[in-house]
Ligand binder design. Structure first.
Ligand code: PHE
Length: 341
């Protein structure tokens, strides 16, 4: 029995030392110290020994068990340490490697201009409103007093979304005049910037999609003088304090009287140059006194209230401010262009 125990001690210690993983080590433990293990099997035979031999072998068996347990525990610690070391090595982060450079974008030049304009109007007490780009013909035309045969209603000019011509991509931001008055009533002072769509041929100054800013003021006692004063003030904020303006009679179905506003060419000072196409003046917006029919259609009594409205193109403003020669550049998203601003 002594030889048996010594053999177990030796083979178990050898086997333990060779284990590479915690699972293997557990197998070794079960094989020798488990219920059906080799050491246990030997101990079961203790009963057969003589009374003199029994304590001696018992002592030896205990020594072997203690030795195996200690060896297994220390091997287990060693394996755990090795595993941790391997993991640390695998997960090492080299903090000295240069980081990935993140390209930080910036505002599109046209939105820079839009934000400036919004700021001007907000400082004058205007609210900023947002409206749908998919619009009803009712709002884009009818409630704006556009006659049934108005050329802009033609399918060759406007993008319709339904066969019956009732839904379309708005061709102007003016339907927001109606929506604002219907929703909020009077008095009202608002601007509404956004995209509009027209079937225009694409060239250096035309695109099928562009941006407008609509404006509307309705209150008691609003006159053409308010229109002129407000628009002159805004234009001088945008183009500089000495900018000369010209109000030309024009026609829009939803304003009466109507006008177009020009600024004297900032490039040539009015003499005529390529920027103003030799005119000396550049058209910047359309405006007028809100038509009584439009007010009445929105439930507002034109005998008590009056107002003015205006609409200006945003791209043209941005082109002027940033000296951009071709409208298409604004929409092409070419980084070589955009990163200049
Ligand atoms: N909606 C007109 C256009 O697109 C501009 C405009 C707006 C004119 C408001 C008068 C009043 O040309």
């Amino acid at each position: 029995m002594k030889e048996q125990l010594e053999a177990i001690r030796k083979s178990a210690l050898d086997a333990g030392v060779e284990t590479r993983t915690a699972v293997d080590l557990e197998a070794v433990r079960v094989r020798y110290l488990g219920k059906k293990g080799e050491l246990t099997a030997v101990l079961k035979q203790m009963g057969k020994l003589s009374p003199e031999e029994r304590p001696v072998m018992g002592q030896l068996a205990n020594d072997v068990r203690a030795a195996l347990e200690a060896a297994i525990e220390s091997r287990s610690d060693a394996l755990a340490q090795e595993a941790m070391a391997a993991r640390l090595k695998a997960e090492t982060v080299d903090v000295t490697i240069p980081g990935k450079k993140v390209e930080i974008g910036h505002k599109h030049p046209m939105y820079t201009v839009l934000d400036e304009i919004k700021e001007i109007f907000i400082n004058m007490g205007f609210e900023v409103m947002d409206g749908p780009e998919i619009e009803q013909a009712e709002y884009n035309f009818t409630k704006l007093n556009a006659p049934e045969n108005h050329p802009s209603r033609d399918w060759t000019d406007t993008f319709y979304l339904t066969e019956d011509s009732s839904i379309l991509l708005r061709s102007q931001t003016s339907p927001m005049q109606i929506r604002a008055m219907e929703t909020y009533g009077v008095p009202i002072r608002m601007i509404s910037p956004g995209r509009v769509y027209r079937k225009d041929e694409v060239d250096a100054t035309h695109s099928p999609m562009f941006h407008q800013i609509e404006g509307l003021v309705v209150d008691k006692g609003i006159t053409m003088a308010d229109l002129k004063g407000t628009l002159n003030a805004v234009i001088r904020e945008i183009y500089g304090p000495n900018t000369k303006t010209r109000f030309r009679p024009h026609h829009f179905p939803f304003t009466e009287p109507s006008c177009e506003v020009d600024i004297q060419c900032h490039k040539c000072g009015g003499v005529g140059c390529p920027t103003c196409k030799g005119e000396g003046w550049i058209e910047v917006l359309g405006a007028g006194m809100v038509h009584p029919k439009v007010l009445r259609g929105c439930g507002i009594d034109p005998e008590v209230y009056s107002g003015f409205a205006f609409g200006m193109g945003l791209e043209r403003l941005a082109m002027g401010q940033f000296k951009i020669s071709d409208l298409r550049l604004i929409f092409e998203n070419d980084m070589r262009f955009l990163s200049q601003f």
